[in-house]
Design a protein. Structure first.
Lengths: 158, 706
């Protein structure tokens, strides 16, 4: 066990955990931020995606030691208190089914749009391909990203 | 108990006296019982209380208490829509709440399975809503001294236009409770529907977009421990020895507990539990597992065909005779591997076992069964068990099985006996979940057919050997009731035994039989040199609903329009869960790589309550089935499952996902099932398209050209 300090959603946090603890479990168990999910533990599904210094990162694959002193943003910190434009697009397109993978999906989409405000289909594939959705909401995820980016005429109704 | 976010709710325990108290309490408003199973309700014991109810409170809130579980299929929205329609309610005031369980309730609680939630709720909810509406009108009419027939309802308000008077449902609720119940209330004319059939935003979605939704994995309680279990890697190997020293020495680990099937490592937090288990040394007696493999299972199942132990389930005409006498019968063997459910949220259950009862937090598809199993496992009354139903990160059937809860309760009970009566979260890692069994069964299918001189089938024989997820009847679901107009049809089912546990997987027996029958009918069409669509249309002439979806899918897919070389179209049609579905798949094959370009799907599910939810369920089921058709299989070697995570059991990714279009046939029939409807026709539509593109017939999943 050792003490590590990092910033999470704009707030400094000091945690006393084993240095090899994946950031995922520090977020969920130590800090109680359960919006970031465990899906596989080996970086295959990206349900655990957060932003580390703005970059989309699979939190199951990095240790607390390696993110000490860095800025971490989780789904809870993406837009505290209100839904942002991307989240509103997600709701308008009725994207989630079970919802378990969606935090990671939204974090990746947010990072994509921050870098590439008008992504092409290929940009979306590249950014989102590391994310698994077992309920099969991929096409709606794509529509929500395009809706938030303003790159597709929105369908009036399905 | 997690206060923030949206869970599925909790179930406690209420007996008939308490139910009447709820109904009679000052301020309770109007309470109407709901009977989901009329036949069972008719034979209820004398002291029964309804297993669900509707309450309209004086502030106008409309609460539906029912047992259905939200898995992302939208029931928390669809069920209130049905009530709101018949009640003529303000939609924004209708909420679903978790039922307070009633151990003397008749019938028992609901399993959220079998695509049955809307189907099973349609009439009971409308009856309750219509009864409540009529009583509210009666209360207003009595208050204003006018005929009820002159009153109208809209948006939670009763109006008497002639005297320009109105009152809200909240204002009338208490008086309505004194009005007599209507045994056969008048239902609304569907042409006047304002809510059913319209797109309503799903109430569970916002919490799934901001991280606040509470899944079983998210449970956090004071003093809670976290455990993982090392289970026999071969499903059957007994423990020879356990060396727990290194596990117990791992920081954070508080105990190691042997369970009937495995060894639990219990710790203060998840990472410690995972590391502690890595340090656990267990020796298993797996002497019987050497050489036990998918190959040996296949051989054993194949041997059953010759054993004369198969049970005939369909025997129309004399298929055996016609096939035996034919000069050139067409025959084929199909195979389906084990398939894992692989929900995104791995299995888990949190329990707090005490001497006098228990609390259970579980993402379960069967809350009432969970409560009853807990009572019998712990030998306490059902009223001593409280089930908190959490959001489930995918179910697909796996979360209706009692094994997860039972194991957690045994651990909780063992810890209590050791003086640790605290909540414990038993979590399955992805590896545990994937290698943990209860798969869709392995099955072999032997098909034979004979064509008459015009190329139409005169005989069809389908022999199934399966491990039976739910019994032999389910293993021939969709096969035994072959809808094609063939004069001689024989179907039988044999039991293949294996040590790999199996259970219901989305669409259950229909998933395998849909693939097999829709592929073999395609083989016969090819042998008869006829177009696959026209072949099916001819043989399904008596099934208007089959024709309806076939024609709609074919039309929207431009069936018959030329495709470039290397591309092909395939079609399939099937019915399950009371509904009909046809799919047309377009694939392109290049260098033996199969790319699914587009899937067009037509659905007849009767009256559509929430059209977007129906579309989403079909889109999702198609991706689910396509993943199984193209990407993965569970295989066994030396008794062990060879796949343990998404690197070896890959999932379809966004870039591989075809365009999927869903078209709904308009219908005023009662709603029928949707959740599992999209599965059976996906694999055969794709397989038939591969045949059209390449001339190669693939009879095994996942599809491989080399």
């Amino acid at each position: 066990m050792a003490a590590f300090t990092l910033t999470v959603n704009g707030k400094p946090e000091t945690v006393d955990v084993s240095p090899d603890t994946p950031l995922l479990w520090v977020l969920r168990d130590t800090l109680g931020l359960t919006g970031t999910k465990y899906g596989c533990g080996i970086g295959q599904c990206a349900a655990c995606a957060v932003h580390v210094d703005g970059e989309p990162t699979r939190s199951c694959r990095i240790t607390i030691e390696s993110v000490a002193k860095k800025n971490v943003t989780t789904i809870e910190g993406l837009s505290p208190g209100r839904m942002n434009k991307l989240q509103e697009a997600w709701i308008a397109e009725e994207v989630p089914q079970c919802g378990y993978c969606q935090s990671g999906q939204i974090m990746a989409a947010a990072a994509l749009l921050a870098k590439t405000p008008r992504p092409t289909d290929a940009d979306i594939d590249a950014a989102m391909n590391s994310h698994i959705c077992r309920c099969g909401t991929y096409s709606r995820i794509r529509s929500a990203i395009q809706r938030a980016a303003g790159t597709t005429r929105v369908e009036a109704e399905r | 108990m997690n206060p923030q976010g949206l869970g599925n709710g909790e179930r406690g325990s209420v007996d008939r006296r308490q139910f009447l108290q709820i109904a009679g309490v000052a301020g309770a408003g109007l309470v109407v019982g709901i009977h989901f199973d009329e036949a069972q309700a008719a034979t209820a014991p004398a002291d029964f209380a309804p297993s669900a109810y509707l309450q309209i409170t004086p502030d106008g809130t409309i609460r539906l208490f029912a047992d259905h579980v939200e898995l992302g299929q939208g029931v928390m929205t669809s069920l209130p829509m049905i009530i709101a329609e018949e009640l003529d309610a303000d939609w924004s005031k209708v909420k679903v709440e978790r039922l307070q369980d009633n151990p003397s309730a008749w019938p028992r609680g609901i399993f959220t399975v079998g695509s049955g939630s809307v189907l099973g709720s349609w009439t009971p909810l409308r009856r309750a809503g219509a009864d409540a509406r009529m009583r509210l009108v009666a209360a207003a009419a009595s208050r204003w001294n006018v005929p009820a027939a002159e009153c109208s309802t809209e948006n939670s308000v009763v109006k008497h236009a002639a005297s320009k008077r109105q009152a809200t449902y909240g204002e009338l609720a208490t008086d309505a409770a004194t009005q007599p119940a209507n045994a056969n209330p008048t239902f609304k004319d569907p042409s006047t529907y304002r809510i059913v059939g319209t797109r309503r935003a799903r109430v569970d979605i916002p919490s799934k977009v901001n991280g606040s939704a509470q899944f079983g994995m998210d449970v956090r309680l004071p003093d809670m421990l976290v455990a993982t279990v090392l289970r026999p890697p071969t499903f059957v190997s007994p423990i020879v020895s356990v060396d727990s020293a290194a596990a117990l020495a791992t920081p954070g680990v508080v105990d190691v507990v042997q369970l009937p099937r495995g060894v639990a490592v219990v710790a203060k937090d998840t990472w410690s539990a995972i590391k502690g288990r890595r340090a656990l040394k267990v020796v298993w007696n797996d002497a019987t597992s050497a050489g036990y493999s998918s190959d040996s299972i296949r051989k054993a199942f194949a041997g059953v065909f010759a054993q004369n132990s198969s049970q005939s389930v369909t025997n129309k005409g004399d298929a055996a005779g016609v096939i035996g006498a034919a000069t050139a019968p067409i025959s084929a063997e199909y195979e389906l591997p084990y398939a894992a459910h692989a929900p995104m949220e791995p299995l888990n259950c949190t329990v707090h076992v005490r001497a006098d009862g228990a609390d259970i937090w579980a993402p379960t598809q069967a809350p009432s069964q969970t409560q009853q199993i807990a009572a019998s496992t712990l030998k306490v009354p059902v009223s001593a068990i409280k089930v908190h139903v959490m959001m489930a990160g995918g179910g697909f059937g796996r979360r209706a099985n009692a094994d997860v809860v039972t194991e957690a309760l045994m651990l909780g009970a063992a810890l209590m006996q050791r003086g640790k009566s605290v909540p414990v979260k038993l979590m399955w890692t992805r590896e545990d979940d994937m290698t943990g069994g209860y798969y869709r069964p392995f099955s072999l299918h032997r098909l034979a057919g004979v064509l008459d001189n015009d190329g139409w089938p005169s005989a069809w024989s389908h022999r199934v050997v399966s491990q039976h997820a739910l019994g032999p009847g389910d293993s021939v679901a969709g096969a035994s009731n072959l809808p094609y107009a063939i004069p001689n049809v024989y179907v039988d089912v044999g039991t293949g035994a294996a040590t790999v546990p199996v259970f219901a997987w989305r669409a259950v027996g229909h998933s395998g039989n849909g693939f097999v029958k829709e592929s073999f009918i395609d083989e016969l069409a090819a042998a008869g040199k006829k177009d696959p669509l026209e072949y099916r249309r001819h043989l399904l002439a008596a099934s208007a609903r089959s024709l309806g979806v076939l024609d709609l899918a074919a039309e929207k897919a431009n069936w018959g329009k030329a495709l470039p070389a290397g591309s092909g179209r395939g079609i399939a049609v099937h019915n399950n869960v009371g509904s009909y579905c046809a799919q047309v798949a377009e694939v392109t094959v290049r260098n033996n790589e199969i790319r699914v370009d587009r899937i067009v799907c037509a659905v007849d599910c009767g009256t559509v309550v929430n059209p977007d939810t129906v579309a989403a369920q079909l889109e999702g089921a198609i991706i689910f089935a396509l993943t199984c058709a193209m990407k993965n299989e569970i295989t066994i070697a030396d008794g062990r499952v060879e796949q343990d995570n998404f690197n070896t059991y890959p999932m379809l990714r966004m870039s591989e996902t075809p365009k999927v279009e869903v078209h709904l046939v308009k219908s005023t029939a009662a709603p029928s099932g949707v959740g599992e409807l999209g599965v059976p026709t996906t694999a055969p539509a794709v397989g038939n398209a591969i045949f059209a593109a390449t001339g190669k017939r693939l009879r095994k999943l996942p599809f491989r050209l080399v």
